[in-house]
Design a protein around this ligand. Structure first.
Ligand code: HAX
Length: 440
């Protein structure tokens, strides 16, 4: 198998590289941690290594060294498509090489051989109450698929070899990622289309098939799916969802358990759920003004919201200090295909207005839009209007990133994570506010 062979060929050099660093520089100090950071969500503390992607505050994410516009330009596309094949992106994330069209199609073909979902998975989802959030269903669906885990069987049969764990993780990763569009489409159809299930079309690629399976055969929407899934796939290792799946995987919980855990983190409103909150906010603004407000009206509305202590979804970021390039490439798509859509006009007007208002608060560190500030408006334009589903779209894509991190973590033999916690007394002793405890 292509990805397996490519990783296997790189591993000896990688293992040598890591062991040299640890052996010769094991005591080298990377960073200090302040009391403020401990209480402030361990922000910016450099605690892990991943080579899949990195986020620069002033440039945005680089996936295996490539910026978002470069990835969109350089990854192979099928004839007639403006945006890349996800098989190519997965190859890039896993193998750290730009794929040829043939490589990308080989991954797509591999996915097609692995996309069988057992009936019990569907049955689990069908028994849930109709108002269950689709992110809960996605996580449950993956947990139900866990009965397929190759790693779990390999480990529990005894005799599992540490240097080979990654091979079983890769099997699970390919199987799970192959099923993600089908699982997500099933959830969409179950919740919003009276359970009308459309089977995958083997002539379509991974992303376009998702569009097809939710009843949207519009080639522009298929391209939007390709764009959306490429830009949401990974955002380095420290964000809540990626870190969670990595942490859970470090206990040798298999790919399914680790990915479901990561998605549960993605389901939080400060993280992936922001995309549904953002669209809700756009609709609220439009409804409040009975149409598209002027910049002055937006400014006044936003100031009032901030003064009442509410967040403005889609703006701000824990790492970025610029307009998120993932926002910009979606804006390019919108300018090309739906510039006059009312919500897109509103997104643009807010973008022209809000950064200054947020800057004026003096506390928001990044006053610019993040990826979520526009993606809901694009989905809405193409008729995907059930906005509690938007985080599922994000999750389908993010599992590509999670699994690439998981495979490489096992390939490089990363151990179980176990940072240390302190008590408030201990911190007060450290800073001199309290005499050292009498340990005698
Ligand atoms: N609206 C109002 N206030 C905001 C804000 C926003 N969009 N962004 C930041 N702030 C506030 C914070 O709440 C914080 O206030 P307090 O000091 O009173 O607690 C202050 O500004 C400083 O925060 P920060 O350092 O700039 O931001 P954080 O790193 O703490 O948080 C968040 C980053 C993304 C969580 C934050 O900007 C936010 O809540 N944004 C709105 C929600 C959102 O869009 N989330 C999606 C982020 C992208 C993502 O992960 N997608 O999955």
């Amino acid at each position: 198998m292509l990805i397996h062979d490519k990783i296997a060929a790189q591993l000896p050099a990688w293992r040598e590289r890591v062991s040299r660093l640890v052996k010769n520089y094991g005591s080298y100090k990377v960073c200090d941690v302040t009391v403020e950071q401990i209480y402030g969500g361990i922000r910016d503390v450099q605690i892990q290594v991943t080579d899949i992607s990195v986020v620069d505050p002033y440039e945005g994410v680089r996936l295996r060294g490539y910026t978002v516009p470069e990835v969109l330009q350089l990854l192979p596309k099928v004839p007639g498509a403006e945006y890349p094949l996800l098989g190519g992106l997965y190859y890039l994330l896993m193998v750290d090489e730009l794929p040829t069209l043939e490589d990308a199609l080989a991954v797509e073909a591999e996915w097609r051989t692995r996309n069988q979902i057992p009936a019990h998975v569907y049955n689990v989802l069908k028994t849930m109450p109709p108002d269950t959030h689709p992110m809960t269903l996605l996580s449950q669906g993956i947990m139900a698929l866990q009965t397929n885990s190759v790693f779990s069987r390999y480990y529990s049969n005894g005799g599992a070899v540490k240097n080979d764990y990654w091979k079983a993780y890769l099997e699970d990763s390919l199987n799970l990622t192959a099923c993600m569009p089908i699982l997500a489409a099933f959830i969409y159809n179950l919740k919003y289309r009276n359970g009308d299930f459309i089977p995958p079309d083997p002539s379509l690629d991974w992303a376009a098939n998702f569009a097809h399976m939710i009843g949207k055969d519009d080639p522009h929407y298929m391209d939007l799916c390709r764009l959306f899934f490429v830009i949401h796939a990974d955002h380095e290792g420290g964000n809540v969802s990626a870190h969670t799946s990595h942490l859970v995987g470090s206990a040798l919980s298999d790919t399914y358990l680790a990915c479901a855990a990561g998605l549960n983190g993605l389901a939080g409103p400060l993280h992936g759920l922001a995309n549904q909150e953002c669209l809700r906010w756009l609709l609220k603004v439009r409804e409040h003004f009975g149409g598209i407000p002027s910049k002055e009206q937006i400014a006044e509305f936003a100031r009032a919201q901030l003064e009442s202590g509410q967040l403005i979804p889609g703006y701000g970021h824990a790492v970025l200090r610029i307009t998120d390039p993932r926002f910009s490439v979606q804006l390019d798509f919108a300018e090309k295909y739906c510039p006059d859509d009312e919500l897109i006009v509103l997104v643009k007007r807010i973008y022209e207005t809000l950064p200054d208002i947020l800057k004026a608060t003096g506390k928001v560190k990044n006053p610019y839009p993040n990826v979520d500030a526009i993606n809901g408006a694009l989905q809405y334009h193409y008729g995907v209007r059930e906005f509690d589903f938007y985080t599922v779209l994000f999750g389908v894509s993010r599992v590509l990133g999670f699994t690439a991190h998981l495979v490489w973590a096992r390939a490089l033999g990363k151990p179980i994570e176990r940072p240390k916690s302190l008590t408030t007394n201990m911190l007060e002793e450290l800073v001199g506010l309290r005499p050292p405890a009498d340990k005698g």
